[in-house]
Design a protein around this ligand. Structure first.
Ligand code: SF4
Length: 116
């Protein structure tokens, strides 16, 4: 038996970060999930976790083209890992590296503030 639209929305929602940041243009993860289930937007539209689009594509029965993976990676500024060789382990390492860079910048800014 095919999943109902309500089931699809719930399953899609479960894959999203639930940050309700609005970067996808739908204001919340729930509205984004409804839009995807209704075929009104790309399953890769979550800007916080575009890779969820692969699982979401399975849920809605859409075929995910390989080039989406490459283009979505372009949304990560400063990414040093080639999208062609990226997997969860290398992505996690790269995110940790970028996080350390941000923390370093914040520490320097804090240091400059205390000098004034
Ligand atoms: S961009 Fe992703 S995390 Fe942000 S509201 Fe949209 S679906 Fe949720």
């Amino acid at each position: 038996m095919a999943a109902s639209n309500k089931d699809k929305i719930r399953d899609i929602y479960e894959l999203l970060p639930k940050l309700n940041c609005g970067l996808c243009g739908y204001g919340s993860c729930g509205r984004f999930a409804k839009a995807v289930a209704g075929g009104r937007t790309s399953p890769f539209g979550c800007r916080r976790n575009p890779w969820a689009g692969y699982k979401i594509s399975e849920i809605i029965g859409a075929e995910a083209p390989a080039h989406v993976y490459r283009s979505q990676a372009a949304f990560l500024p400063g990414l040093r890992v080639s999208p062609d060789t990226m997997n969860l382990k290398t992505l996690r390492k790269e995110i940790n590296r970028l996080s350390r860079g941000v923390e370093d910048i914040l520490a320097r800014m804090e240091n400059l503030k205390t000098r004034r």
